[in-house]
Every structure is written in C-alpha cells, then in structure tokens.
Design a protein around this ligand. Sequence first.
Ligand SMILES: Cc1cc2nc3c(=O)[nH]c(=O)nc-3n(C[C@H](O)[C@H](O)[C@H](O)COP(=O)(O)O)c2cc1C
Length: 220
Amino acid sequence: MTPADVAAKRYATKVFDPTQRISDDDFAQLMAVMRLAPSSVNTQPWHFFVAADDDAKTRLAAAAAPVGSIYAYNAPKILAASHSVVFSAQQTLSDDYLHHLSGVEQADGRYKSPQARSNYQNTRLQFVTINREDPRGLADWCARQVYLNIGASLMAAAQMGIDALPMEGIDTDGLNKTLNLNNQGLQPLAIICFGYAAQEDFNADLPKSRLPMGELFTHL
Ligand SMILES: Cc1cc2nc3c(=O)[nH]c(=O)nc-3n(C[C@H](O)[C@H](O)[C@H](O)COP(=O)(O)O)c2cc1C
C-alpha cells in the first residue's frame, strides 16, 4: 500500500469487536512507533497509559467517560477496543528531565564529543526558553509534540491493518484524578482506542469527506 492508500484506508472506527485482540507482537510494534515518534529538539514530552485488559479498560472508561457525563458516548469504544491508550503530555520540562534526556542521548551514542553534547543541550534550552515565554506556554508546546505522536501512531496502525479511534471527548479532570496525572506533571490529551472494527461499525462504509485539494494547497 502506498502512504496515500494507507491514509485513505484509515478511518475513525466507532464500533470495535470486543472479541478480537491485537497480538502482543503487533502491539509491541505500535509501542515502538510511539517511542520513536519525532519531537522538537527530541524532548519526547509524552507518557502513555495502556489499558489492555477488561479491568484496566473498565477503570479507564469510568474515569474518562463516566456514566451520565457528556463523554459517556465514548465509553463503549474504550471497553470494546483491544487496547485503549491515554496519550499524555508533560506540562513542564524540569532541569532534571532535560539533564536526563541528555544523558540518554549520550548513552545512545548521539554525541561525538562533550562539546557536541553541550552545544545540543544549549540549543534545546533555547527552544524550551522560547516556548516558556511564548503566550501559549510550554505545556501547549509539549502537547503539540504529542499530537505528532498521535498522527504517527494512527498511520502506523492503519498500515498494520489495525483499526483505531483518537478521542478528545474525554473527561480530563476524571483522568487526572484517577491516574494522578497532575502530580506527575502530566496532562491527558487524548485516548486512542486500537483494535478491530465490528461488523456493525456504521463508520466503516461511509465515504471519506475532505476539502478539495485546490482549497488546501497553494503552490508558491
Ligand atoms: C484529535 C481528534 C479527536 C477526536 N475525538 C473523537 C471523539 O472523542 N469521539 C469520536 O467518536 N471521534 C473522535 N474523533 C474522530 C473524528 O471525528 C474523525 O477522525 C473525523 O471525523 C475524520 O474522519 P476519519 O478519521 O474517519 O477520516 C477525533 C479525531 C481526532 C483527530
């Protein structure tokens, strides 16, 4: 399949088949894609909470899509998907964390000299500082990196024949409480449900609808 074929095939799956599970090998591939996604100055400001069994998915659905809330319509997707994953973003990038990143890069052989390491750390700090001072703030910058990860993960799943649904319709306060996210310096952004569509998924056969090419592209 070409990348455009994968993009055309991927769609927001609304009804999952609860009897079909993603194999451990396939889910390991997806986790590898999440880990390898790009981020500005390699900040990797994300953490993923994976609900893969009924108990975890029940707790996740209760927190993110409580009965009676405006998000309740998303609960069946969390429950029936094979794996439901919370994509969360860091809210601050502490000095300790930036130091940790640099240490991992050093151990991974990214630097040919101490000077190269120090140069990169300075560049990273410049970007972090610019975004701390930006009115949108550092948390927003981190969130933008996580959305790139979401895009990469959705495309990878489609390429593997795994159906998925990204969901922002979630109770972030409920998730914060249940997963104790704020105390870990994290904010929840979205849940991606990964699994396999049920026969009765009404969205599967709907044609794609997108704005025409001419409206989207300006060739300079
Ligand atoms: C960031 C994001 C958040 C979304 N949130 C929800 C959601 O909470 N519930 C839902 O059923 N669909 C959700 N969707 C699915 C979109 O409605 C869907 O992707 C869009 O209509 C385009 O259709 P397609 O993905 O099938 O091409 C979300 C999609 C994105 C990218």
